[in-house]
Design a protein around this ligand. Sequence first.
Ligand SMILES: [Zn+2]
Length: 87
Amino acid sequence: MAVGVQRLLDSGVASGALRGRSHCLGCHRTLRWYELVPIASYAVQGGRCRVCGARIGREALVVEMVGAAAGALVVLGVVGLVVLLAG
Ligand SMILES: [Zn+2]
């Protein structure tokens, strides 16, 4: 199971979802997940990058959510496939 997931990651199928993290448009720093959650982001840093102060757009949030969802779907798909093959 873990080997299958690792192969999938190595093949690049899921790497885009997991590695294509959102970046700050100002300083190109990879954004942390909590910097993409609007409520937490605004509470902590006013919706801006902590390093350069550039605004974090909603596009980054959408990209992050889609990436997380895609990654979760890939993992669920692998688990489902393993269950099907094992059952
Ligand atoms: Zn920045």
